[in-house]
Design a protein. Structure first.
Length: 74
């Protein structure tokens, strides 16, 4: 589950028969969930390390503060 509901996870099972697919389902599902969790953690890490600054720069803060500095990150 995620904050917006159930997270769809898809994966393929390499099997010749339904019985073989049923036997491989558990381990394949576990690997797919672990892979998805690693991808989500990487996306969160990237989102947390990015700083977004409007193209016009920082607004004046008032009270004699100096503004106008720009922060840019790749």
């Amino acid at each position: 589950m995620s904050t917006v509901g159930a997270l769809p996870i898809s994966f393929e099972i390499d099997a010749a028969t339904l019985e073989e697919a049923a036997q491989k389902f558990g381990p394949a599902a576990k690997e797919a969930i672990e892979r998805t969790m690693r991808e989500l953690q990487e996306l969160r890490r990237r989102a947390a390390s990015s700083i977004v600054v409007p193209q016009g720069g920082m607004p004046e803060l008032g009270g004699g503060g100096r503004g106008g500095g720009k922060i840019q990150m790749p």
